[in-house]
Structures are given as C-alpha cells and as structure tokens.
Design a binder for this molecule. Structure first.
Ligand code: 5GP
Length: 142
C-alpha cells in the first residue's frame, strides 16, 4: 500500500498538528488518542513511514513493539485494576482509519464488552491529565 505523507499521524510527527505527547524516542512517538475508547487510551507509532504492519521494516517494527510493551506496562501501572488492550488494525476492511501504522494501548476493565469506534472527542485538559499520568508511570520504568 502506498504511504500518504498528508495523513494525520505524519502531520503530528512533523509537528504540524498538536498532540498530547507521552514519550518520544529516536524511532517512535507515543501520544493520547483524541477520541479515547477509555481514559488513558494512547497510540504508539513508528517514525518510519509505513501505512500498516506489512510495509514497515523488520528493524523499525522491532523497535516499535518494544515501545508498545513499555507503554502497556506503564498503562497497567497508571490505571490499576484494569487490563490492557493492545490493538492494531490493518486496512479499512479491518477498521483502520488512519494509514500510518499505530498500536492502540487501552486500559480496559469491561471484559469482552467493547465497541471500538465512534467515541466522542475528549476535552483538552482531560487528555493532558491522562498524558501526565502515563508519563509519570513511564518515568518509573527502566
Ligand atoms: P484506527 O481506526 O486507524 O486503528 O485508529 C485511528 C485512531 O486515531 C482513532 O482511535 C482516532 O480516535 C485517532 N485519531 C484520529 N484523528 C486523530 C488526531 O487528530 N489526533 C489524535 N491524537 N488521534 C486521532
């Protein structure tokens, strides 16, 4: 699949659009989902241009999944009493709506009872609060 450099996450990576950034590494960016499916819903993306999991280099994917594990650990710590859903969609047929590869990290306590899309936008201060909460948990990890 071809990569559209005008997609929203590419624009966030270039600093053209704002985001509540939780952590930036050399190869990844972690920020809050603007329409969270639960409090603390974060997205982890690679800096490499790849629309989906099939088109990213193995090297970049390895670095990405290592960061996904790190953020999932922080999520468990920041939102005690929850499990963590790690979700990644490939293709519009699978429900993907932004075509820059991303992993969803979602604190979840509702068993298998979840609808995925169609949430309302959260307000800015709520997103900032949850970004801070995850940042604090990340700061305690190695
Ligand atoms: P997908 O359906 O492609 O797996 O997920 C895309 C996610 O991006 C959705 O959960 C949606 O809420 C989120 N999203 C869409 N536009 C923006 C945006 O401008 N900023 C942020 N932070 N998230 C976005």
């Amino acid at each position: 699949m071809s990569y559209d450099p005008a997609n929203i996450f590419a624009r966030i990576l270039r600093g053209e659009l704002p985001a509540h950034v939780v952590e930036e590494t050399e190869h990844t960016l972690t920020f809050m989902d603007i329409m969270p499916k639960a409090d603390g819903h974060a997205l982890v993306i690679p800096k490499e241009d790849a629309p989906n999991i099939f088109d990213i280099s193995d090297d970049a994917l390895q670095k990405l999944i290592t960061q996904v594990k790190r953020v999932a650990k922080a999520s468990l710590q920041a939102y005690p009493g929850n499990g963590v859903r790690v979700i990644q969609l490939n293709g519009s047929e699978a429900g993907q709506s932004v075509f820059h590869l991303h992993f969803h990290i979602i604190p979840s306590a509702d068993g298998m009872n979840f609808g995925f899309h169609g949430g309302a936008s959260a307000d800015d201060s709520s997103l900032a609060d949850h970004a801070r909460r995850l940042k604090e948990a990340l700061a305690t990890l190695e």
